[in-house]
Write a protein that binds this ligand. Sequence first.
Ligand code: ZN
Length: 479
Amino acid sequence: MKRAAGMGLSAPVVATLLAACSGPERPNEVAALAPETETPIAATPEPSPASVERAIVSADPPETAASATAASSPTSTVAAAMPTAEPSPTTEPTAEIASERSDSLAAGFIYDERYLQHDPGAWVLPGTAQTFPFSEPVLHASNYRLCQRTKQLIDVTGLSERLVHIAPRSAALEDLTVFHDASYVERVRQICRNGGGEAGAGAPVSPESYDAALLAAGGGMAGVDAVASGAARRVFVNARPPGHHALRDKGMGFCVFNNVAVAARYAQRVYGYQRVMIVDWDVHHGNGTQDAFYDDPSVLFVSLHQDQLFPPGLGEVDQSGSGGGTGYTVNLPLPPGSGDATYLAAFDRIILPIANEFQPELVLISAGQDASAMDVLGRMAVTTEGYRMMTQRMIDLAETHASGRLVALQEGGYSEIYAPYCTLAIVETMAGTRTSIAEPLTQERMLTQPQTTGIGSDGDAALAAIRAQQAQFWTSMTG
Ligand SMILES: [Zn+2]
């Protein structure tokens, strides 16, 4: 792809932007934005960094020395423990350690500044290499800012102090070829080495994208390591480029390597989990992930998405898997404007009952926040509260069946203003806390969004049709 001059973000430019965008010193921000919680953070004016750390640590029940140290330092990194033997989900040698953690110290967060280096260039007219005409070019929708602003919000709210920070690693070729063709991986490497181009339809890459994409896939793997070893009970992977559209032999729709598919296969191969569940709440259908597991009953793939959005013709309610995997693909195409109420009803009426039958040993989320109320590419009107409540349902599900093991991987999300707050809400929920930072949508404005509190008749009909389709596979969907 030919990019508009000046729109590609070189490393120095990104570094400059990072410097310009970084917030003031954290202690003052913590004082200003501290949550109205039971902790003494907000009650202590102008705390010193040391007192902030003491307050946060002392507010929680006794911890192991290692986890308390990790949680008290936003810059500390805990390398996820690698398996040392043939692990089995039935042994779970570290599960008890994880269960002893307080909820506020159970969440891990994966991020690396190298994720920002993937540069899809300028936003172009669909199906062309032309930037939008008549005006100054704009950054591609899948630019670095969602990832960066999410990290900034997590730092500036003080939430970072409550997270276990885990380093991603680069996926190796054998990690990727559980789904991707080796020839495709090599092709991406060559395209990037030669200055960038297209890894597939709508999947622009820059020279730095190959390494970032390896690190994104490895981020999901590191998340799996963390929850399997007990380094964290649940993990959010703030990575890019995203992955759920990526196919076996080509990229697609901003995605290069299918991070969640790689993570699921890694979990099965290394930790022996028999049943892995993937819930994809990105507003677009997770077609690449569907392809990866379409004939496989060991991975239950569930996709909530805006009906007939992208990709065309995929994610229909009657696409339910094939062969031995029939019934293990569950598509929930929802009408535009569905909002919090329909999404939550989809969980309560369909996803959770099916999950209770499936009994996953590991739960993964393809967490695209492009179903948000302010998204550029979606029209679903989900608010931060909606994401909060969906996340809590996923936590409860993982606690019931999977000893808490839950890994969420960032997918799409194109409102620079709002999507980072949605991700913040997800990570807050995973950490069992809530900051008091002011959001772009106040509670009052949230209630004005479509179907925030009530399900529309079109949403009701869609959910009924999905239940009827799934009744042939799942007894909880009958009646
Ligand atoms: Zn999306």
